[in-house]
Design a protein around this ligand. Structure first.
Ligand code: XIL
Length: 315
C-alpha cells in the first residue's frame, strides 16, 4: 500500500521524521525508509548549536548540509531545529556577558538561517526551544538569567531578518493538551504577536508515554493556537512504554499515534506531524528514560509496528 507521505500529501499535511546523522550516512535500510515514507525531515542533532558553532565564529555545517542534501534529493521539506535552546549549546556561549551573549545569539541565527535562506528545501525553524519550565514559568536558563525574556523576541527578529520567507516557530514539550504550561505558551505567543514579534508557528513536541495517559483536549489546544493566527505542528512525536513491549502496549501506543494524527487532520492550521526518529533501533528514549523505549513506528529490525498501521490508516 502507499507510503505515509503519499497519504499525508493527499490530506494537505506533511508526515515527517527526525533523522540521525550516523545511520543517514551509513545504513541503506534507514535511508530507504526515510526517503520513501516521509515528506518532511528534521535533523535530530545536526543543526543544534553545539554542532553548527562549537567554537565562537567557527561554523561547521557538515551534518546539517548532509540532511539538507538528502531532503533535496528526496523532495522533502526541512524543518530547522533549533536556534536558541538551553541544552546542547557550548559552554562558551553560556559564559558570555549580556552584550556579548546577545550578539553571539544574533550572529548564530544570522549565519545558520542565512546559510539556507535561499534553499527551497528549508522552510521553517524552531527559533526558540523549551523556553518554559514544567510549571509554565519562563525557564531560568542561562539565556533568561543573562538577557531576561527579551532574548525570545530578539531571536525571532534575527531569524526574520536572516530569512524573511521562513516560517518561525516556538517549540516545547508537555504543551500538547490544554494545561497550565500550554496556556502559558498561548499567552506568550499572543503577547509576542501583539508586539509585532514574528512568531508564525507553534510546535508541540509530543513526547508521550502510554503510562501517563493521552493528553487532554489536543485538538482544542491546537485550535486555540490556530485562532491566534499561527500555524501549528507536532514536531517530535514518540510514544514510549515501559519495556518490554507486549501486544497490549503496542495497541495502546497505536491509539496514541492515531489520536495525534487525527487531531492534526481536524485542525486546518495544523501543517503536519513529525516523529522523533522512525525506528526503535535509533531513538533517544532508552538512554533518556531508563527502562522505557519502543516508542517509534518501526522496530529495531525495520519491521512496521501497529503504530505504523495506525498512522497509515489515520492519514
Ligand atoms: C534529543 C536527541 O534525540 C538526542 O539524540 C540528543 O542526545 C538530545 O536531544 N527535545 C528536543 C530535541 O527538542 O532536540 C531532543 O533531541 C529531545 C527533546
Amino acid at each position: 500500500s502507499a507510503p505515509l507521505r503519499q497519504h499525508a500529501a493527499s490530506r494537505g499535511k506533511f508526515v515527517g521524521a527526525a533523522l540521525a546523522a550516523s545511520p543517514l550516512a551509513n545504513e541503506a535500510a534507514y535511508r530507504t525508509i526515510a526517503a520513501t515514507e516521509f515528506n518532511q525531515v528534521t535533523a535530530e542533532n545536526a543543526m543544534k548549536w553545539e554542532a553548527t558553532e562549537p567554537s565562537q565564529g567557527q561554523f561547521t555545517f557538515g551534518g546539517a548540509d548532509a540532511l539538507v542534501n538528502f531532503a533535496t534529493q528526496n523532495d522533502q521539506q526541512v524543518h530547522g531545529h533549533t536556534l536558541v535552546w538551553h541544552s546542547q549549546t557550548p559552554g562558551w556561549v553560556q559564559s558570555l556577558g549580556a552584550t556579548a551573549m546577545r550578539s553571539a545569539m544574533q550572529n548564530h541565527i544570522s549565519q545558520v538561517v542565512g546559510r539556507y535562506a535561499n534553499n527551497p528545501a528549508v522552510v521553517s525553524w524552531d527559533v526558540v526551544n523549551e523556553v518554559f519550565d514544567d510549571n509554565g514559568n519562563l525557564r531560568t536558563s542561562f539565556w533568561y538569567n543573562t538577557l531576561g525574556q527579551s532574548y525570545i523576541a530578539d531571536a525571532f527578529r534575527a531569524a526574520r531578518a536572516a530569512d524573511p520567507d521562513a516560517r518561525l516557530c516556538i517549540n516545547d514539550y508537555n504543551v500538547e493538551g490544554v494545561n497550565a504550561k500550554s496556556t502559558a505558551m498561548y499567552d506568550l505567543v499572543r503577547s509576542l504577536r501583539q508586539q509585532g514579534v514574528p512568531v508564525d508557528c507553534v510546535g508541540f513536541q509530543g513526547h508521550l508515554a502510554i503510562q501517563y495517559g493521552f493528553p487532554a483536549q489536543v485538538r482544542q489546544n491546537m485550535q486555540r493556537f490556530a485562532d491566534l493566527g499561527v500555524q501549528v505542528r507536532v514536531t517530535e512525536l514518540d510514544v514510549r512504554m515501559t519495556l518490554p513491549r507486549d501486544t497490549a502496549k503496542d495497541a495502546t501506543q497505536a491509539t496514541y499515534y492515531r489520536d495525534v494524527v487525527d487531531a492534526c487532520l481536524a485542525v486546518n492550521a495544523c501543517a503536519g506531524v513529525t516523529v522523533w526518529g522512525f525506528t526503535d533501533k535509533y531513538s533517544w528514549v532508552p538512554e533518556t528514560f531508563p527502562g522505557q523505549g519502543a516508542a517509534l513506528l518501526y522496530d529495531e529490525s525495520y519491521q512496521r509496528k501497529p503504530a505504523y498501521t495506525a498512522v497509515h490508516d489515520a492519514l
